[in-house]
Write a protein that binds this ligand. Structure first.
Ligand code: SF4
Ligand code: FES
Length: 391
């Protein structure tokens, strides 16, 4: 809807949720220190069954959704994954499996192929066994390489993803080499976004500006050298920017997530926002959730904005940035994204970068020993209960 006389857009009847992300399970064999699942995931262990997921897909497709991400946790832990893919494909979804590779055998790949799966994204943690296995707290480095070869053998384009932070940014060149060696067509070099477990580990993961500049230069050199052989995506982290990203392409405009227990999410990290009553697909239709629920309307458009966004010329371009980042850094989900240089919270973001820099300098000799909180059920229950008790 166009801006009103005062210049702010009202929450408009939204277009379709083009992108549906189905977080099929929070279960995962890996323990990544930057996992984007909620820190208290272990308190939400319930999972929708096959029929319930199929119904979610059917409703989403009727709403106009076109792309379906199947993620987790590790979606391969769902024995009905092939059934879900087949149903989604039959509805006309473009289906994308987001996986660590654990459990992706030759037989499973053949079955997924036969069910119509379109696309696979495989995550690596690093180009070295030592760091890959350390960061995921598993021994999966060789397995991931075997799985990458299987993905190619089954005729899929190879999409590799690696989350970057100060421990592996110096390895960007060898990560690209690994992607080339495995025949990847795309490599997503995703600098850590500090939500979920990564927020808990922000001081252990935060890179320095110099590391980012060097890594980006390496990426540019490779781009010039390899051309279209492998497409390299490198996203600079918000903490080093002056303008925020248009997070989720605008709250409640494009993205609809569904958590394993059926909770509907306007963004994958929204579960930790206080005072936001999240609807559930078990008790409401997806259409009603998308169009009318308070959770999906709360930050739609620009009417909710505080100053300085409210009178800023960029408000329609970035829609005030990221609500989850605003909450984590300032304690207020409705605040201007602190990534913005005009935001009252911008100084706090700068302090976190500086604290990370000090942490990196203090531990340069023993970077691997810097205490990280790895994702595990025990840590999740502990952190979840300390939050509930106000800790
Ligand atoms: Fe965007 Fe708000 Fe910053 Fe303006 S003040 S650039 S609208 S976040
Ligand atoms: Fe939730 Fe940006 S991650 S709005």
């Amino acid at each position: 809807m166009p801006p009103n006389a005062a210049g702010w857009s009202e929450p408009a009847p939204p277009g379709p949720p083009l992108w549906l992300l189905a977080e099929l399970t929070y279960r995962c064999p890996l323990h990544c220190a930057f996992c984007s699942n909620p820190v208290d995931y272990a308190r939400h262990a319930e999972e929708l069954d096959t029929a319930q997921w199929c119904d979610v897909f059917t409703q989403a497709r009727a709403l106009g959704a076109v792309q379906l991400g199947l993620s987790g946790g590790e979606p391969l832990l769902r024995k009905d994954l092939e059934t879900l893919v087949r149903h989604a494909r039959g509805l006309g979804f473009y289906t994308n499996l987001i996986t660590s590779g654990v459990g992706l055998t030759d037989a499973r790949l053949a079955a997924l192929r036969e069910a119509g799966l379109d696309h696979i994204q495989l995550s690596f943690q690093d180009s070295t066994r030592e760091l890959n296995d350390f960061l995921s707290s598993t021994r999966t480095f060789e397995l991931k390489q075997r799985v990458a070869r299987l993905i190619k053998a089954h005729g899929y384009p190879m999409v590799m993803n690696c989350v970057l932070h100060r421990h592996n940014l110096p390895h960007v060149g060898t990560i690209i080499e690994l992607a080339l060696q495995l025949g990847a067509e795309y490599l997503e070099l995703a600098n850590t976004q500090y939500y979920g477990w990564a927020w808990e580990n922000r001081l252990a993961l935060m890179p320095t500006r110099e590391q980012l500049i060097e890594a980006e230069a390496v990426v540019r050199q490779y781009r010039a050298r390899i051309g279209r052989q492998c497409q390299l995506l490198f996203v600079v982290p918000d903490y080093f920017e002056e303008r925020p990203k248009k997070c989720m392409n605008g709250w409640g405009t494009t993205f609809l997530g569904v958590a394993p227990d059926g909770t509907a999410l306007p963004c994958h990290a929204a579960r930790m926002l206080p005072d936001l009553v999240l609807p559930n697909v078990k008790t409401g239709t997806l259409r009603d959730i998308w169009q009318h629920s308070d959770a999906f309307r709360r930050f739609r458009g620009t009417q909710w904005m505080p100053q300085p966004c409210r009178s800023c010329e960029h408000r329609e371009a970035d829609l005030g940035g990221c609500r989850c980042q605003a909450f984590l850094v300032t304690g207020d989900a409705a605040a201007t994204d602190p990534a913005c240089a005009q935001a009252p919270g911008h100084g706090r973001l700068r302090e976190i970068v500086l604290e990370g820099r000090l942490a990196a300098a203090q531990t340069a000799a023993q970077a691997r020993e810097y205490p990280m909180v790895f994702r595990s059920d025990a840590n999740s229950l502990r952190l979840g209960s300390s939050r509930n008790s106000g800790g």
